[in-house]
Write a protein that binds this ligand. Structure first.
Ligand SMILES: [Zn+2]
Length: 608
């Protein structure tokens, strides 16, 4: 975890922050036995399956599997980075963090005095612009314009839309009178320096409809001003500043968060105006980038909060290209993707104005399709599939895409579609995919291959609701006891090492051995901070919550270890049995007999 706050401080923050207090600010908790229970803030539910342990300082939801320590809660719930979460807790506990020049300058991270002033000026102006728009004669024409474009009073208030006067120095005087340093206000993007002067400033935004832009905590940090007529540019945005970083900011994230959680989905738009239209239509889990394509950083922020993303970009060719790019970045971040296709080259606002909100909700967002379906219709565009050359090109494109799909079932479905539409045999299509996959693997460097295997634990953790096979339960019990006792971890290391069957368990155990080796005492909550992914944290918090408190006997320990090892032997037996059948079919009887002997030996080893 790439934090730069000294280890001791992180521990101090953890010791002084009580997880029950922190979570109580967001969830109503009730004490039941040793633990606290409440309605899970990460998934919609009617009866509480979200639990918090004061003893262990961890939380876990038995419904959706979310879990972790006090840091993970803030990261998952508020979309904070680790440093932001630490900062937040340190502030609460009055712990002074050293000023770290290398700290992320993201929205909401350490706020310097200058940044505070910049935000203050933005907040004041936002209120003033809004007042001008809704209450004054000067703003009337702008208000009329918005109302004529389908904006409602409600939406204007919700998004705190405003109006900037047609003046060169109104804002300058307004800020000056309130004691703001003009050069700092220039740095904040509110004023512009006259080109031939050092000291003279004028207003950046004049005679425009003003859309405030908030960071992820709701602080106003920038504006976008739209012209009333046909002047250019149509939208004038604040420049990048200390407080406004486009590559990290997601528009409307602070408002949408609660809706994202409720819907277990986020809809990503190309521009903030689409977000406002979509909210007007009742789709409130809406966010947008600020006129740039989505960055890896933004994708990570999204993934921390939700897994399903619906991309709803314009349906012109630029929008389609952008959808493809965004899909790749979001998929790499681990998001589940869908694409909402707006027909006829319309943008969301046009569509809603033309067909209404209900149709937008049902026929566009509600009818969003898997990325593969979107890509297939993308490759079809402008092609005449009656023409053999174009048809082959299309099939080739689709096969290349299918070769990149991880999900075998999905792959099969699309192949069947292709096969029946063009009357091709499944065998031939599968052969072609195989070739593409082999090409892809050859092109990969060993480094890349390593990365993909490391990333595998991203798979959704297996939920405890399902009945688990014996070896799986045994591994969980072992980890549970290893979390509680360093001695136990040593015993397991000696006898089992890393021979766990479940990849995630193997990873957890590796981190746990390292944790103890560094001299740490048993502490689930501290250990959770060492885990690199929320998926692993969820599994550990789950195990820590359900394990019985009793000491484990030597007999019990041996049984668990045996279950784990037996599973491997059983896998080997199965493999051998296939080999044996193969040998028999090839009439290699001597070899088949040899394999049969090995199977017998393995089976004997199982019993002992
Ligand atoms: Zn939950």
């Amino acid at each position: 975890m790439g934090n730069r706050i000294p280890e001791e401080l992180i521990e101090k923050i953890q010791r002084t922050s009580d997880i029950v207090d922190v979570i109580s600010e967001y969830v109503q908790l009730k004490k039941q036995g040793r633990n606290y229970f409440g309605l899970c803030p990460f998934h919609g539910e009617k009866s509480p399956s979200f639990s918090v342990s004061a003893d262990k300082q961890i939380f876990h939801c038995f419904g959706c599997g979310a879990g972790g320590n006090v840091f993970s809660f803030l990261i998952q719930h508020e979309g904070y980075s680790f440093i932001e979460a630490a900062q937040h807790l340190a502030d609460k506990a009055n712990i002074e963090l050293p000023s770290l020049p290398s700290l992320e300058q993201g929205p909401g991270s350490t706020i310097s005095k200058d940044s505070e002033k910049m935000i203050e000026a933005h907040e004041l102006l936002k209120k003033f612009y809004h007042h001008l728009l809704v209450n004054t004669k000067e703003g009337q024409h702008a208000l009329d314009y918005l109302l004529s474009r389908g904006f409602t009073k409600d939406i204007i208030d919700t998004f705190e839309i405003g109006y900037s006067l047609d003046s060169w120095d109104f804002v300058k005087k307004f800020l000056e009178k309130r004691g703001f340093t003009l050069s700092l206000m220039e740095e904040a993007g509110l004023l512009v320096k006259k080109s031939n002067s050092n000291e003279e400033f004028f207003d950046r935004f004049r005679n425009r409809i003003m859309f405030p832009i908030m960071d992820h905590h709701g602080n106003t940090i920038a504006f976008s001003g739209r012209v009333l007529g046909d002047e250019k540019p149509k939208y004038l945005n604040s420049p990048e500043t200390k407080i406004f970083n486009k590559s990290k900011l997601l528009y409307n994230f602070h408002r949408a968060r609660v809706h994202i959680r409720k819907n277990q989905q986020v809809v990503l738009f190309e521009g903030f105006a689409d977000v406002i239209s979509s909210t007007r239509a009742g789709v409130e889990q809406a966010i947008a980038t600020m006129g740039t394509s989505i960055t890896e950083e933004q994708a990570k922020i999204i993934r921390r909060n939700v897994s399903e993303v619906v991309i709803c970009y314009d349906s012109d060719s630029a929008g389609i290209e952008a959808t493809n790019r965004a899909a790749k970045i979001l998929k790499d971040a681990g998001c589940k993707l869908k694409v909402a296709m707006i027909p006829d080259g319309l943008d969301p606002d046009d569509y809603i104005n033309k067909f209404g909100s209900e149709k937008f909700k049902l026929d566009v967002i509600g009818a969003s399709v898997p990325v593969m379906t979107f890509k297939m219709s993308y490759y079809r565009r402008g092609k005449n599939l009656q023409n053999e050359g174009e048809r082959l090109q299309y099939i080739e494109n689709v096969i290349s895409e299918l070769a990149q799909l991880d999900n075998a079932v999905e792959k099969e479905i699309y192949l069947k579609q292709l096969s029946s539409e063009f009357d091709l045999s499944m065998e031939v299509l599968k052969q072609q995919i195989l070739q593409k996959e082999q090409q892809k693997n050859r092109q990969r460097t060993p480094q890349q291959q390593k990365i993909t295997t490391q990333e595998q634990p991203k798979r959704k953790p297996i939920q405890s609701k399902r009945l688990l096979p014996a070896f799986h339960t045994a591994e969980r019990m072992l980890i549970g006891h290893m979390l509680r006792s360093k001695d136990m971890a040593e015993k397991v290391l000696e006898r089992l090492g890393l021979q766990f069957n479940i990849e995630e368990h193997k990873a957890i155990v590796t981190y746990l051995y390292a944790f103890y080796e560094e001299g740490n005492e048993e502490n689930v909550s501290s250990f959770l901070s060492k885990l690199p992914s929320p998926e692993l944290q969820h599994i550990v918090s789950n195990i820590a919550m359900i394990t019985l408190n009793s000491e484990v006997s030597e007999q019990e320990l041996s049984d668990y270890i045996k279950q784990v090892l037996n599973h491997q032997k059983m896998l080997m037996i199965k493999e051998k049995e296939v080999e044996k059948i193969e040998a028999e079919r090839n009439k290699q009887y001597k070899e088949a007999a040899q394999i049969a002997m090995e199977i017998i030996q393995l089976k004997q080893a199982l019993k002992s």
